[in-house]
Design a protein around this ligand. Structure first.
Ligand code: BDP
Length: 651
């Protein structure tokens, strides 16, 4: 990828969405507005796992037809949360198959009586396959966890005087197969001297616990019957003006008008337009800068869209407000540019995992994690290894934390995972990711996979197709996948814009030999750069440390070893970051749960924070380093403070 491409991107930015592949239907985040209401269904749901032999009793007995309590005992299950860690029934911990959730809801009368209101049921995510019934009627199916799906249920609720009572039943299956994303296999163990008849286990090929259930919010929201279905915004900069290109899709009427107003953070109108697409020019625009890169990071405008439409029931209006950050992203041979300035990712990899809630969305955890990111001086993270909740990205937009948005393409390890069905599915998942996350200024790059077996020929073709598809969906952002293949063998690297490479020197190889890291890491960087001449991110590195384990000289699993390993990496990163290495993301922000194995002690302990979010020694090392780098790379450059460790100097 040469400078030429970067220039082309910058020049074409405003036009590109016009040529981007059209996505079917929008997935705007459900926000309240004068024309839209929300009703959250978080709280206690009734729950039952189907322990029957074939896991199909729920379907055979049609549990969705009547209240779940009538077909057998139920448990209280909090939503959002993973179901695995909540109950004292050990069988739920690694249950594989169908679980059933149910919730009864009373709707406001207007929602059921006013025929110009459209009622939508939205599920933030259901891992991994879900079937939804409303009042016993099959309403919606969705494959894939970590992404939202929704259905217009107006015709189910607007049917008569008693319709304000609603019963929502959701059956969720967490089985991973060779064609799901992530893939998995079911293994039947048939030696009856060891296993009972029909015994099976779920094999996964990734290193985190396969938490499942309704892990994000479920909600109902309304729009008018003619409504703003989708908004796509891209931005660019011309001299000192910001350009905001918008494209709006409307559903439910062909006779409508659209007014678009861009407001600054003080609510002052800075530009306006009309119609389904256009360009707004903002002279003297304030740009969206990453945290610590600029004294005033994360500036957000608001794009207010107002629809007035004719429907068979008369005129209706719909309003939607989208936060907009004006910024550009470009990649050259050796740099990652944000707003035309070199950006260095000094950040982390995360998981959405903590405590008994598993991967359940949780506001206190979210805010704590962002406070820790800022404490650390981290300016970026990768959503390893699946898209995070939308609220996480909203925080990133507001705080200026840059995101590499990764889809659940993790564990693509076996040759049979690179088949056509998987490929089609992977491309569909990328459509869902781009559809959901395209308007977040914080998202600066898509990652289509983590550590696929990219040395295989079939993987090369597969990755080429997924990357090309993603670029067609969103030509405004670079695309990558994260590799651990050898530079000479990797068949996917030719197609990425940035090389993201994971390595675990002196951890998974040459155990304990910290003295080898500098040599091996230098060779790694030089080989990749020589071969591809693309910017490189050290997308994972790290070591396990069990908090409170100490040993000097350092031995594996102690806090000292983790710290020393990081220090060795940092020596080389400091040499190369002035050349073509554009980022370093520690593995991992916090300890996290994994499947049980003799290689894991209550999960993966490579966090620099514990699972309870307390710092290990390495967190202090990283904090000093990240603030130092921030001081060196700030724009416009200001004299570095000798020590810049106060909490939020720029906000
Ligand atoms: C990397 C994987 C990550 C693992 C990590 C580890 O990308 O998911 O958790 O190794 O082993 O290869 O800690």
């Amino acid at each position: 990828m040469a400078r030429r491409t970067a220039v082309a991107w910058a020049a074409l930015g405003p036009l590109l969405w016009g040529c981007a592949l059209a996505l079917q239907g929008g997935m705007l985040y459900p926000r309240e507005s004068p024309s839209r209401q929300r009703k959250e269904l978080d709280g206690l749901w009734s729950f039952r796992a189907d322990f029957s032999h074939n896991r199909r009793r729920g379907f055979e007995e049609q549990w969705y037809r009547r209240p779940l309590r009538e077909s057998g005992p139920t448990l209280d299950m909090p939503v959002p949360s993973s179901f695995n860690d909540i109950s004292q029934d050990w069988r739920l911990w690694d249950f594989v198959g169908w679980v059933w959730y149910e919730r009864e809801v009373i709707l406001p009368e207007r929602w059921t009586q006013d025929l110009s209101t459209r009622v939508v049921l939205r599920i933030g995510s259901a891992h991994a396959y879900a079937i939804v019934w409303v009042n016993g009627v099959d309403t919606l199916e969705h494959e894939g966890g970590y992404l939202p799906f929704e259905a217009d249920i107006s015709n189910l609720v607007q049917v008569g005087p008693l319709s304000s009572q609603l019963r929502i039943t959701i059956a969720i299956n967490n089985t991973l197969t060779p064609t799901t994303l992530p893939p998995g296999t079911i293994q039947y163990l048939t030696d009856t001297s060891k296993y009972p008849k029909g015994y099976f286990v779920q094999n996964v090929y990734f290193d985190f616990f396969n938490y499942a259930g309704l892990q994000r919010s479920v909600l109902l929201y309304t729009t008018p019957t003619a409504y703003i279905d989708d908004i796509t915004v891209t931005t660019s900069v011309e001299h000192d003006s910001g350009l905001v290109n918008y494209q709006i899709s409307v559903k439910g009427s062909n006779l409508f008008e659209l007014e678009v107003r861009l407001l600054d953070a003080e609510n002052k109108l800075v530009a306006n337009g009309t119609g389904t697409q256009g360009q707004l020019k903002v002279p003297g625009a304030r740009l969206w800068w990453p945290y610590l890169m600029h004294e005033r990071p994360a500036y957000l405008y608001s794009l207010e869209v107002r629809l007035t439409a004719q429907t068979s029931l008369g005129p209706v209006s719909d309003f939607y407000t989208l936060p907009v950050g004006i910024r550009t992203v470009n990649v050259t041979k050796s740099q990652f540019l944000i707003n035309g300035k070199p950006f260095y990712f000094h950040g982390v990899n995360k998981h959405e995992d903590a405590d008994i809630r598993g991967k359940g969305f949780d506001w206190p955890l979210l805010v704590k994690d962002f406070n820790l990111l800022r404490w650390l001086g981290a300016n970026a993270f990768r959503t390893s290894h699946y898209p995070y909740a939308e609220e996480v990205l909203q925080m990133c937009d507001r705080y200026g934390i840059v995101v590499i948005d990764e889809c659940p393409g993790v564990g693509l390890e076996l040759p049979q995972f690179f088949n056509n069905v998987s490929l089609q599915n992977h491309m569909r998942v990328m459509e869902e990711v781009v559809r959901r996350d395209k308007n977040h200024p914080a998202v600066v790059m898509w990652s289509v996979a983590n550590e696929p077996a990219s040395h295989l020929e079939s993987a090369g073709y597969y990755l080429k197709m997924v990357i090309a598809h993603t670029k067609a969906l969103d030509p405004s952002r670079p695309v990558t996948f994260v590799t651990r293949s050898n530079y000479a063998a990797d068949k996917g690297a030719p197609y990425v814009d940035v090389i993201c490479v994971n390595s675990y020197y002196s951890w998974y190889n040459d155990f304990g030999h910290l003295e080898l890291i500098q040599r091996q890491l230098t060779t790694q960087f030089e080989n990749w750069y020589k071969t591809y001449q693309k910017p490189i991110i050290q997308s994972e590195y790290g070591a396990e440390a069990i908090v409170g384990f100490h040993q000097d000289p350092p031995l594996m699993f102690t806090e000292e070893y983790q710290k020393s390993l990081l220090e060795q990496y940092h020596v080389v990163l400091d040499q190369k970051r002035r050349k073509y290495v554009v980022g370093e993301l520690i593995w991992n922000f916090a300890d996290f749960m994994t499947e049980q194995s003799p290689l894991r002690v209550l999960g993966n302990k490579k966090g620099v924070f514990t699972r309870q979010r307390q710092p290990k020694s390495a967190a202090f090392l990283l904090r000093e380093r990240y603030w130092k780098i921030a001081n060196e790379t700030r724009y416009p450059y200001s004299i570095a403070k000798s020590q810049c460790l106060e909490n939020s100097p720029f906000t």
